[in-house]
Design a protein around this ligand. Sequence first.
Ligand SMILES: [Fe+2]
Ligand SMILES: [Fe+2]
Length: 477
Amino acid sequence: MSTVDHYDKIPNNVNLQRDRKLQRALEKWQPNFLNWWVNMGPEGFQLDDIYLRTAISADSDGWAHFDYVKMPDYRWGIFLADPVEGRTIGFGDVADEPAWQQVPGEHRNALKRLIVTQGDTEPASVEQQRLLGHTCPSLYDLRNLFQVNVEEGRHLWAMVYLLHNYFGRDGREEAEALLFRNSGNPDKPRILSAFNEPISDWLHFFMFTYFTDRDGKFQLLSLAESGFDPLARTTRFMLTEEAHHMFVGETGVLRVVQRACELMKESKTEDVRALGGIDLPLIQRYLNFWYSTSLDLFGGEVSSNAAAYFGAGLKGRAYEMKKYENHVILEDMYVVPKPGTDDIVEEHVPMRNALNTVLRDSYAEDCQRGVDKWNRAIESAGIDFTLTLPSVGFNRKIGVFQDMPIAPDGRILSREDYDARKADWLPSDADQQYVASLMAPVMEVGKMANWLAPPTKGIKGKPIDFEYVRRYAGEKD
Ligand SMILES: [Fe+2]
Ligand SMILES: [Fe+2]
């Protein structure tokens, strides 16, 4: 097991103190990171004590420590899952060759691109969520928001460690650029479009952590199979933290759904807005938006890049070693959707070229599980309504369905029909104004906003009415 040094300026299990040059480079990047955190991270709340989880090792039991901490004092560290003795590459044309401990020259650019793209999403989401604290529905939720934020900050550290340690001078430049680009900035936007969408209310936040953090999970799962061993080990540990982010999304949406059902029963009408709730059709529209936007993150349905990454052993399928038997897949075919005349049809393509779709299909299956739970809550309230994932063709900005007028049920419409019905399917300005009107902060211990149900339990065995955030009482400058 790797030893952990907590006394370092940067907590780590990579023996940073043995590599003075790397240590100095990262210590030089650290104040820039903190500066970014203070300016672009959560606005306000930086003097408050937050009950947070901090990663302190990569051990499966006891990797996290819970205590009050002020966010700028959070101990962002570098933790890689323990190495697997004699690990070999599991897939592609290089299957069974020893995993690489250094970057192979011929894959340097591709690996750097993969790491930078992943790394860019981490601070981006913190920026997207930076104003949400001011409208939190409870201290429990406020704490969860900040937990997600500090851990995305740590994921940035994870990627920056790889860039600094394995990519020399241009790696260090890329690490600077990760702090320079900003979400939604027209001149220097984040790389992927989902990470430039504003997250202006808590329903957006819950949908984002359910759908978009889950895209992160599947990207990390595919990188966790990588032949580049430090990347595989880094991402394996990031997945441990990521699970909580999706829990926040899944239970967050569930609580909004539960509250909508309660209010429907109470009022005996469908009009939960009269009672200050969020109606189920509006929830469906937010779901449609974030699911379709997150599908774009998987790239084109058919992709020669994806085939090349797989062949070269850079990026596998999710659960490559656990789920599949054939790891070379030179002969296999895969069914990929494409637009037909009136609806979506199927096409068989060589599986290596379909790997973006393979990963996206695993993602869709995983998304459905939470939707099923939300539907069970609606059903057990005796309400006749079903939330559904829209068709893969709906509202797409990337791939074969890009900008096509496709309904959530997969029918291809005329442009006029589509435009006429769009407000039924995607959050309208009126929807967002309504949700915004509900976003009044609730910061009293144990209190909950009216538009969502309380959680079933608190964090780390603490009660729901625990003081998850202790507001700073002194002068703010
Ligand atoms: Fe992350
Ligand atoms: Fe995340």
